[in-house]
Design a protein around this ligand. Structure first.
Ligand code: NDP
Length: 459
């Protein structure tokens, strides 16, 4: 049994009260998690560490990010093992998606930091230059679906820009953040630069958002929680980045190359058991290829190996949507059942026959459940794609019209003939109820720094 500890000012600490971390593979208890309610000590440690960390040269901080990437990479098998244990995802997903990307996040921002150019704006009689100062102590809050992947996506740019960090992983998946803390201590990252606190979101998460010593909040999670975070942080004028939910459309046009589209759409539907904010949970198919596409899609589904969903509570929520779909007139084409074994397993589920405005087709389910809709022309496809309150991502599968359709989708990110193909320099984030702000490359650098203009009059 693992004892998860908080990392505060370089010390590993356990609170008096702990709670269980349960594996969704078989409902066994894998760890004890501290129930933290107060972050004063973590904020104090981070505040004390910030001036010297922020005072390092950018190149020195880049070297630290490389060191973190190196030690994570050296221990990548353990990162994947812990992620798999905590989330139930198959090892190849934990390794290929989570562990690799966590290493890449640190590596990318190390290299990116070295490439940042100074920004100057010449006037006839003066020169302006932009100084990027650290924001200070920043709070980073992440969900359970891609635990270290999403937390390291925030930690790396926050540290790069000279901030010190209070990080809170989801209470459901704390193991890899805890392990990262151990590795950072092993390589001698200065005390207080990275602090990690654990516990329930409404307790320790809320304490982070409320704390006046924390100057920026970067949050990834559900839209409902995002509203609470925004309502708490905005009156304090904290910098706020919100990466929230999605209900993404996958559009299969009449001229799609089905050899590429069928496996691509299955992957977009079900990777990580459909628990990626970018998953395409609504598949819109042109009527002329509907039958052909669907028979190949359902056949491809038979080859799929997916893990459980995150826990039994979430499984019950997902199953309640399958029941709702039946009431709304949906027809279950595949799956629809809980697997008869311990843990939180659900069959990959495909539902047709629903209105594209039904609750099942417009609310985020965040599990291995996809709704299928037929369209007759481009305008109808676009209307269907844009009919939800979310606007995170989407994909278009077409030999000739990909860009044209993609540009009309109200989402922060759209892929054409691919999905989840990521260049870490590009803007990542959503519109509408999917969030506020962008992460990635210069967008992360901008969020985790204060841009100060210095205007110098020439002699
Ligand atoms: P939640 O919103 O429940 O939780 C996200 C994080 O917020 C967790 O660490 C949680 O802690 C914490 N939290 C909960 N309440 C509060 C609070 N009052 N104040 C501060 N922090 C709080 O989301 P889930 O963990 O259920 O994650 C799934 C959601 O995340 C989905 O909606 C998904 O779409 C979204 N998501 C968005 C992404 C994006 O980039 N746009 C990427 C990945 C997921 P605890 O878990 O301990 O309660």
């Amino acid at each position: 049994m693992i004892q998860v500890e908080n990392l505060v000012g370089g010390e590993f600490i356990v609170t008096a009260e702990c709670f269980d971390d349960i594996s969704p593979l078989d409902n066994s208890i894998v760890a004890q998690i501290p129930r933290t309610k107060n972050v004063d000590n973590a904020v104090l440690a981070a505040t004390q560490a910030q001036p010297s960390w922020g005072g390092l040269d950018m190149d020195e901080r880049c070297d630290w990010l490389d060191k973190i990437a190196d030690i994570l990479e050296k221990n990548i098998e353990e990162v994947a093992r812990l992620e798999s244990l905590d989330t139930g995802k198959p090892h190849h997903v934990a390794m290929g998606v989570d562990a690799n990307r966590s290493v890449n996040n640190f590596r990318f921002f190390a290299n990116f930091g070295r490439s940042i150019k100074s920004e100057t704006f010449e006037m006839e009689d003066a020169t302006n230059y932009v100084l990027r100062k650290p924001v200070g102590v920043v709070g980073l809050i992440s969900p359970w679906n891609l635990p270290l992947y999403l937390l390291s996506w925030k930690i790396a740019p926050a540290l790069l820009m000279g901030n010190t960090v209070i990080a809170k992983p989801s209470e459901i998946t704390p193991l890899t953040a805890h392990y990262l803390g151990k590795l950072c201590t092993e390589i001698g990252l200065p005390n207080g630069v990275l602090n990690i606190v654990n516990g329930y979101g409404p307790e320790v998460g809320q304490a982070i958002v409320e704390h006046t010593g924390i100057k920026a909040i970067s949050f990834t999670g559900g839209t409902a929680t995002g509203k609470i975070v925004a309502a708490t942080a905005a009156p304090m004028f904290k910098k706020l980045s919100l990466e929230l939910g999605g209900k993404n459309a996958t559009i299969v046009m009449e001229d799609a190359d089905l050899d590429i589209a069928v496996p691509g759409v299955v992957r977009a539907s079900f990777l990580n058991s459909g628990q990626i904010c970018l998953c395409g949970s609504r598949v819109l198919i042109h009527s002329s290829i509907y039958d052909d596409f669907m028979s190949r899609y359902l056949e491809e589904l038979n080859e799929l190996e997916i893990g459980p969903v995150i826990n039994v509570e979430h499984r019950n929520k997902v199953m309640s949507y399958i029941e709702l779909a039946k009431k709304e007139g949906g027809q279950i084409l595949a799956g629809g059942n809980v697997l008869d074994k311990p843990g939180a397993w659900i069959e990959p589920t495909v539902i047709a026959g629903l209105s594209h405005t039904s609750r099942t087709a417009t609310e985020e389910i965040f599990g291995p459940v996809v709704t299928i809709h037929k369209f007759e022309n481009d305008a109808e496809a676009i209307e269907m794609a844009n009919c939800t309150n979310y606007g995170l991502a989407g994909s278009v599968w077409s030999k000739s019209k990909g860009r044209e359709i993609a540009e009309q989708i109200d989402s922060g990110m759209v892929w054409v003939n691919t999905w989840l193909h990521r260049d870490l320099r590009v803007p990542f984030g959503g519109i509408k109820d999917s969030g506020v702000g962008r992460e990635g490359g210069m967008w992360s650098v901008g969020f985790f720094s204060e841009a100060i203009n210095i205007c110098v009059m020439e002699d």
